[in-house]
Design a protein around this ligand. Structure first.
Ligand code: DAH
Length: 349
């Protein structure tokens, strides 16, 4: 019997030493398994030997084993808490960020607004100075706003002017990434009665392969004026005012007949080539003019879609690329520079 009691003491003291030596929670769990874990653990093995003893002895040794188990388990719990706290601290220390690095850098390299954002802000300011308000619409649009309300019924051939990216939502081809900012015209006319003077800048999407002049994500600014007695002359004057204000007093505009489903008549507007001041160069193919955007008088069918009486009101609209404006003004030859994230490019503006 004394043999067995000695054994219990030995298992306990050896066990406590191993618990204290466990270097991690995982280690500790392994030790726990061996000491008190299950049928094959050290204390369970001692229990199994009780059967060889007389009843009285069995009770005494049994008590000794239980007491040893209690102490071992208490020590495990204590050690587990200690190890877990240490591990937590180590993890936090490892995840710590040295914010002084970021703060220190601020004085040497300051961020700035992206060139496209600068161009957008400037264009907004320019139109606000002419009395316009600024409006925005969603980039994920319905077919109705992007096409149908703009006088392009389903399957209308003019839809192929825009390579559309559809979103898998609802009925097939019912939801899309807007291909132009023109749907915002519709939203504005639905939300307020004339007189309307708004510009609507924003991101647009088309299924285009990137090249020097195209990106699948680009920016447009749309303009809309609706009131009594608005004429094509107002449109031409507005485009001219914007052109010289943004590109400089020597740069002028002209309109050429074109087609858009949402305007009638429609025009493309061109500005005198800013690289050769209209004399003719490689960029403008010797014509002296560069195309910038589309415009025209709001089609009566568009007014009908939003419940504005075309007998009472008339209006003009225009839309052009913000990225292209910035490229022309700063002589940037590739639109992909805008998204390459090369700090050497971005820092120049
Ligand atoms: N939405 C046209 C495009 O992306 C541009 C445009 C043309 C807008 C004529 C207009 C407009 O408002 O009247 O190609």
């Amino acid at each position: 019997m004394t043999d067995l009691v000695d054994n219990v003491a030995a298992v306990e003291s050896d066990g406590l030493a191993r618990i204290d030596a466990a270097a991690s929670v995982a280690d500790l769990r392994a030790v726990e398994q061996e000491l008190v874990g299950g049928k094959r653990s050290a204390l369970a093995a001692l229990n199994q030997r009780l059967g060889q003893l007389a009843v009285e002895e069995r009770k005494e040794v049994g008590r000794a084993i239980n007491a040893a188990r209690t102490r071992v388990e208490a020590r495990i719990a204590e050690r587990a808490e200690h190890l877990a706290a240490g591990e937590r601290e180590a993890r936090i220390a490892a995840e710590r960020l040295d914010l002084t690095e970021v703060i220190g850098r601020r004085t040497t390299a300051r961020g700035r607004r992206h060139l496209v954002t600068q161009a957008r802000d400037e264009l907004e300011d320019l139109f606000v100075a002419m009395g316009y308000q600024v409006a925005e619409g969603p980039e994920v649009e319905t077919d109705w706003y992007n096409f149908e309300a703009l006088n392009m019924p389903p399957a209308h051939p003019a839809r192929s002017m825009w390579d559309t990216l559809y979103v898998r939502l609802g009925e097939a081809e019912s939801t899309l990434l807007r291909t132009h900012t023109s749907p915002v015209q519709i939203r504005v006319m639905q939300s307020q009665p004339p007189p309307i003077h708004v510009v609507m800048p924003g991101r647009c999407y088309r299924r285009d392969t990137p090249d020097a002049r195209h990106l699948p994500v680009f920016h447009q600014i749309e303009g809309l004026v609706v009131d009594r007695g608005i004429t094509f002359g107002d449109l031409a004057g507005t485009i001219e005012a914007f052109t010289s204000a943004y590109f400089g007093p020597d740069i002028h505009s002209r309109l050429r007949p074109s087609f858009f489903p949402f305007t009638e008549p429609s025009a493309e507007f061109e500005i005198s080539c800013i690289f050769c001041q209209g004399r003719g160069c490689r960029v403008c193919s010797q014509s002296g003019w560069i195309e910038l955007g589309g415009c025209g008088m709001v089609d009566p069918n568009v007014f009908a879609a939003v419940g504005i009486d075309p007998e009472e009101y008339s209006g003009f609209a225009f839309g052009f690329g913000i990225d292209r404006c910035a490229m022309m003004r700063h002589d940037i030859d590739d639109i992909r520079h805008f998204i390459a994230n090369d700090i050497r490019f971005l820092e120049q503006f």
